[in-house]
Design a protein around this ligand. Structure first.
Ligand code: BDP
Length: 685
């Protein structure tokens, strides 16, 4: 959807003509009574809070609520407190968060008692992988809301500003306070004067909602944008170039947040091109940002084609640099050691870097989880990551605690989520993908929230109203089954795509359908599935034990030994760590081969159940959203069948064993699936 689509939206908005198109996300509350709001500061942010309370109030009619900005030791950063009279916070943005929390509680019929609400992470950012031409890397919901080839250099239109404002409001309502406006594979034009002018305009719309603007930068910008001869981070001219550029940015955007950097990774330039380390590169940028309070989020997503095990590389490269980074650098680490797979063990860098600030990066856009077609609620995946015990400081050193400042005195704490937002009217492509945006914000605010609580809130806000959510009928026949579907959906996807520790068995670079066979000549091995599954006559799985790549050693005991032994390794990551015979005996008593087959079958079965659950929910949902979800579930069901057939028939060539007779038989021929897949690949999509 591009410019014309934007204009159509504009016309529809101006006539109030939207059918239920999902555009309103989880923000649907309308007031049921009057409220008097007393406030003492006249910031734009507090004005928004007042307006939101008046428009969305569902508490006692005629109530008075006071918004008080007053320092309180129990309130951290932009946290807030509910008191008997209203909301108290250190800052206007704390007040706004308090207003949204109050309204959420009213709408979902949750209690409102005196309580302090503090965020788990200080910096809670969305990372947009948006390109300046308007496309979005791994985006499945239309073009960028920020960038467009034709509009970049012109003054922003009212319509653009309206969309950014809606975006800012949605983010603020769930506590997101930072946004990186462009792709980590950053465009060379990003730091040019024309684009920075647009950045200023975006930042101005986001600011009242408490959202700071950040940019991804290319490490070679001094050469590409500044025409210097080198981008060596120790070169005085290069240092000066960055200092000047940073000054220029802060003149335009005084509260600019800082830089996100993907360097020496997947072909991107970096300090290693000049024989320097990640620390040299990050510190140079950190020095430039420091006088203005800016930060550097330096990504640890690195791997080279020559290493025998991609999963080990980030740890190998970054651990020797622990303690060498400046205070305003934070290392941004993907949740798993490889790449946002349906299931990975947590990255061993969490908790291991003890003298450096570390932040988790999760992927909201469903690059590897059915994109905007499959219904997959990701809160359970992230909850699993947060709760994973690293044992770095004894039992209970969870990833959450190792990154949120509870265990290590990090100078600051942060979290990032790769956004799933685009110009699609419903923002995310799939109605249920909105729940992932919502869940990210809620977990970034409170990393102890359960997926169940988040799903329940989201369903109530998105599909309910303050009356319906209280009825037993709605709860039993809509909320409970739909919530269960959401909570089961990630495990279902793992089952029909990559159960038992399988990973990266996608076809081609599109990362959508199965391709365990996919290994065209000339492509680097670590971009092909056979590198990851290692299927052969003797068995299947990647040997990362002490007799293999020894990736287990990157985990703290007792995990290293636990992962090393197939008997104690959790079965859900078994083939991540082990290469095992097809007739290896699983805990269930079944052979590995039979267990693999039964996981694929149960994934398929789960999606079939989701279809039934959703069809039964029809009377509780508007026709438009019902229809769209129903149709996507049908595609998901077909896709699950393809995954099942492709993986079982492909692996069967090595296992030489029958698919257990009690399971449904595949419906596609393997040759048909491979042939179609390769044909599509050759056509270039
Ligand atoms: C991978 C994506 C690729 C990204 C890369 C990254 O396939 O498009 O550029 O991650 O995170 O997941 O840098």
């Amino acid at each position: 959807m591009k410019k014309t689509a934007l204009s159509i939206i504009a016309i529809l908005i101006s006539f109030g003509l939207f059918a239920e198109d999902g555009h309103n996300l989880w923000l649907r509350n309308k007031n049921t009574g009057n409220v008097t709001v007393v406030f003492s500061d006249n910031s734009a942010t507090t004005a928004i809070a007042v307006e939101e309370l008046k428009q969305g109030w569902q508490g006692k009619d005629g109530a008075t609520i006071t918004l008080k900005i007053k320092k309180d030791k129990t309130i951290k950063n932009d946290g807030f407190k509910f008191s008997s009279t209203g909301i108290q916070a250190n800052t206007p943005i704390g007040i706004l968060y308090g207003a949204y929390e109050l309204l959420r509680r009213q709408q979902t019929s949750e209690s409102v008692e005196e309580k302090v609400f503090n965020p788990s992470y200080e910096v809670r950012t969305l990372n947009h992988w948006d390109n300046l031409d308007g496309t979005i890397e791994r985006g499945y919901a239309g073009h960028s809301i920020f960038w467009d080839k034709e509009r970049n250099l012109s003054t922003s239109t009212e319509l653009e500003k309206l969309l950014w404002k809606e975006y800012a409001r949605a983010n603020a309502s769930i506590g997101i306070n930072g946004t990186v406006l462009n792709n980590v594979n950053a465009s060379t034009d990003m730091l040019t004067a024309g684009i920075l002018k647009k950045v200023k305009e975006i930042a101005e719309v986001l600011r009242p909602y408490g959202i700071k603007t950040y940019l991804s930068v290319k490490f070679s910008s001094p050469v590409l944008t500044g025409s210097l001869k080198t981008s060596d981070p120790l070169d005085p001219m290069v240092i000066k170039w960055w200092n000047d550029k940073v000054k220029e940015i802060y003149k335009l955007v005084p509260d600019f947040g800082g830089f996100l950097v993907k360097a020496s990774s997947e072909g991107q330039p970096g300090p290693q091109d000049f024989g320097r380390t990640h620390a040299d590169g990050a510190n140079m940028l950190a020095d430039a940002l420091h006088p203005f309070g800016g930060i550097v989020m330096w990504r640890a997503f690195v791997y080279s084609p020559n290493d025998k095990d991609r999963a080990k590389q980030a740890y190998n490269e970054f651990m020797p640099l622990d303690g060498k980074f400046k205070d305003n650098v934070i290392i941004q680490v993907k949740n798993g050691p490889i790449d946002f797979q349906p299931r990975e063990p947590f990255s061993p860098l969490f908790g291991a870097m003890k003298k450096t600030s570390v932040m988790p990066e999760v992927q909201i856009t469903q690059e590897y989880l059915g994109q905007s077609i499959h219904l997959v609620f990701l809160a359970t995946l992230w909850e699993e990551m947060f709760k994973s015990d690293t044992y770095q400081q004894g039992a209970g050193s969870t990833v959450a605690k190792c990154t949120d400042g509870s265990i290590y005195p990090q100078k600051f704490t942060a979290i990032a989520g790769v956004s799933n937002i685009g110009l699609d009217t419903n923002w995310c492509g799939h109605e249920f993908a909105q729940s992932n945006w919502y869940a990210f914000g809620r977990q970034a605010w409170d990393n102890q929230l359960t997926s169940k609580q988040i799903a329940e809130e989201w369903i109530k806000l998105t599909f309910g109203n303050s009356n319906s959510v209280q009825t037993t009928d709605w709860k039993n026949n809509f909320l409970t089954p739909v919530m269960q579907m959401m909570l089961d959906s990630r495990e279902a996807a793992v089952n029909y795509m990559m159960p038992l520790g399988f990973h990266h068995i996608f076809s081609a670079d599109e990362h959508y359908g199965p391709g365990p066979w996919w290994a065209p000549k000339g492509i680097r091995a670590d971009w092909t599935p056979p590198y990851y599954h290692q299927a052969a006559a003797d068995g299947v799985g990647f040997n990362r034990t002490r007799t293999g790549s020894d990736a287990v050693e990157q985990y703290h005991e007792p995990l290293a030994s636990r992962f090393n032994d197939p008997k104690t390794c959790p079965e859900n990551v078994l083939l991540w760590f082990h290469h095992l015979a097809w007739d290896y005996k699983m805990k269930s008593g079944r052979t590995l081969w039979d267990e693999i087959c039964s996981h694929y079958a149960s994934g398929l079965q789960q999606v079939t159940e989701f279809q039934k659950i959703w069809d039964k929910a029809e009377i509780y949902v508007d026709a438009e959203r019902f229809g769209r979800v129903q149709s996507k579930l049908r595609t998901q069901r077909c896709d699950a069948q393809i995954w099942n057939d492709a993986c079982l028939l492909y692996f069967q060539q090595f296992s030489k064993k029958p698919i257990p007779y009690e399971l449904d038989r595949p419906v596609h021929d393997l040759n048909f699936l491979i042939h179609n897949d390769m044909k599509r690949f050759k056509k270039g999509n």
